[in-house]
Design a protein around this ligand. Structure first.
Ligand SMILES: *Cc1c(COP(=O)(O)O)cnc(C)c1O
Length: 393
């Protein structure tokens, strides 16, 4: 990234500020699957859109620049990006994976990669000794997600990358919750940064997309070959939507993050709430680490109610956030990890990881924090009333 400008300015003033052919200030959507070649022996830069398309390429260049990598890749979903990156592994390799990893990644590792002879060990990556102990002679990859989903545990990206390097393994970091505005894993030593661009990067709950950025040229060439071979590329309309979302990334993040801080503080004071998980709270176990490696705690938090019954009532009373899968959007989203993102995880595993039936995840959107807090207040009040009347009966 050019350091003459701040990150915020860079979101708008990059290589794709305007189209060199027309001066258009929005990247053209090239709806062409194939490209005319003007000579038999010398083909142009573009030949077929799975291999390279100018609209997708613009997004790939923008994300590479923002993450500080050599090359970016856009995929049809976050899972397509993650799965294609996993294809860098070979039969007999072993992966060490962060324990409360995204449910889809968990499924990929435990139900797909295992069939191709790729072994795995899950560890709590906040415990660096446990990470060291999980390493085997055939460990080829350390896979981290920080802050993690849904318990917002913070992994030391620099320390993990150092361990990986010592053992000749790669480090991949899922940076979906932070985005490059708040955290840049490649600068901390990671080899590949992965995104569900469905979330904060596009930001409007209107597209499904995935991105990968690579730090090293040779690894980038290998990932390019896999992107082209596997073929799960992002369509041009979606690439354009992600680029439009990226233009407002910093303002959306700032607003949502400020609200998240206020809401986390409010929730922590509520007697009906057992736990609040948010790296912006001073009592979060890795709050200092988060401050060291990222520019903020982000806009996602989770909190725990007594049990599934209380949680159900709470959801019935809350009016503002949508109750849905996903996060990182203009509207606040409440999700129920046990039945949504982590439904693929067996019950015992899930509860052992602290993803209980009373846990809700909140992705804070752009509504006024005061309105959101008032909404939660009224919902908690009505639960309290029900609880009291139950006792009186
Ligand atoms: C949503 C998500 C994914 C998967 O991305 P899709 O775009 O839904 O395929 C991966 N990691 C994290 C942290 C996510 O939140």
């Amino acid at each position: 990234m050019s350091h003459r400008y701040t990150f915020e300015t860079h979101l708008l003033h990059n290589k794709h500020k305007f189209d060199p052919a027309t001066g258009g200030v929005s990247v053209p959507i090239h709806h062409s699957s194939t490209f005319h070649q003007s000579s038999v022996d010398k083909f142009g830069k573009y030949d077929y859109s799975r291999s390279l398309n100018p609209t997708r390429e613009a997004l790939e260049e923008i994300i590479a620049e923002l993450e500080g990598g050599v090359r970016g890749f856009a995929f049809s979903s976050g899972m397509a990006a993650i799965s294609t990156a996993f294809l860098l592994l070979s039969k007999g390799d072993h992966v060490v994976v962060t324990e409360d990893v995204y449910g889809g990644t968990y499924r990929m590792v435990t139900q797909v990669l295992n069939r191709f002879g790729i072994e795995h060990t899950f560890v709590d990556m906040t415990d660096l000794d446990a990470v060291e102990q999980a390493i085997r002679p055939n460990t080829a990859l350390l896979y981290a997600e920080t802050p993690s989903n849904p318990l917002l545990k913070v992994t030391d990206i620099h320390a993990i990358s150092q361990i990986a390097k010592k053992h000749g393994a790669y480090t991949f970091v899922d940076n979906t919750f932070m985005t490059p505005y708040l955290q840049r894993p490649l600068e901390l030593g990671a080899d590949i940064v992965l995104h569900s661009a469905t979330k904060f990067l596009s930001g409007h709950s209107d597209t499904v997309a995935g991105l990968a950025v690579v730090k090293d040229e040779e690894l980038a060439n290998r990932l390019y070959s896999l992107q082209n071979s596997f073929g799960a590329v992002l369509g041009v309309q979606d690439a354009w939507l992600v680029m439009r979302g990226i233009k407002t990334l910093s303002v959306r993040m700032n607003q949502s993050q400020e609200s998240a801080k206020n809401i986390a503080g409010f929730l922590q004071e509520q007697p009906l709430i057992k736990n609040v998980f948010y790296p912006g709270l001073v009592n979060h176990p890795q709050a200092d680490l988060q401050t060291q490696q990222a520019y903020g705690p982000g806009a996602v938090l989770s909190f725990e109610l007594e049990d599934a019954e209380v949680l159900t009532r709470f959801i019935e009373q809350v009016k503002l956030p949508v109750f849905a899968v996903s996060l990182g959007a203009v509207e606040s989203i409440l999700s129920y990890p046990a039945k949504m993102s982590h439904a693929a995880m067996p019950l015992g595993e899930r509860v052992r990881r602290g993803i209980t039936d009373g846990l809700l995840r909140l992705s804070v959107g752009l509504e006024s924090a005061d309105d959101l807090i008032l909404d939660f207040k009224q919902a908690l009040k009505s639960i309290a009333t029900i609880a009291v009347s139950k006792e009186e009966v």
